[in-house]
Design a binder for this molecule. Sequence first.
Ligand SMILES: CC(C)(COP(=O)(O)OP(=O)(O)OC[C@H]1O[C@@H](n2cnc3c(N)ncnc32)[C@H](O)[C@@H]1OP(=O)(O)O)[C@@H](O)C(=O)NCCC(=O)NCCS
Length: 185
Amino acid sequence: MPDSRTLPRTQPVLHDSRTTLTEFRPGDENAMVEASQDESIRRWTAWPRSYTLTDAQQGIAQRKERFRSDSAVAFAIRRTGSDLLVGGCDLRTTQDSPHRFELAYWLAGHARGAGVASSAVRLVCQWAFRELPALRIEALVQPENTSSRAVLLRASFTHEGTLRAFRIRRGLPIDLDCYALLKNE
Ligand SMILES: CC(C)(COP(=O)(O)OP(=O)(O)OC[C@H]1O[C@@H](n2cnc3c(N)ncnc32)[C@H](O)[C@@H]1OP(=O)(O)O)[C@@H](O)C(=O)NCCC(=O)NCCS
């Protein structure tokens, strides 16, 4: 029977001299709970305000289930040479096209300011354009989230426009800037 999956059956390890991307592993939960206390994560992501060890365990199980069902691959971000989880970078498939993917990422406060997220985004995009049918990778960012925008611009994404009142977050409509990177860029 032909394989109808968009994502591979096993998740690769991606790395450069700064950043290594692996699966999430049992033992990553404490670092996720600690990261959830960070002000930027609270402000710019939909993580629950009171994020517990159980939320982290469920989060890891949910990431594995999404990979099994071909809807997303979730990379744990680690500094190369260390096992400690310092962030996450998700690549989601889309319903409408096997060629369009969505990217999302976060980094623990202590790991910022060293180019780790930018490396992670570059590694995931290079892999997706090389190994998956990806032609377009998108990221949606709140206009005021300047650190996130800088990550995308460093990785050569283009700002394509603003989706007004595109999502409801914590009960309020938010605008999202759409950034995209194409395979041949
Ligand atoms: C968005 C987020 C991941 C960006 O983190 P970050 O540390 O600023 O990004 P990077 O890891 O790529 O590091 C870039 C910084 O390191 C510096 N840097 C140092 N060495 C570098 C290198 N070799 N390459 C690139 N940048 C380097 C850059 O100058 C930049 O610093 P600056 O912000 O003072 O200009 C982080 O702010 C975050 O997790 N925010 C909360 C969640 C979030 O907003 N997620 C995105 C939702 S759309």
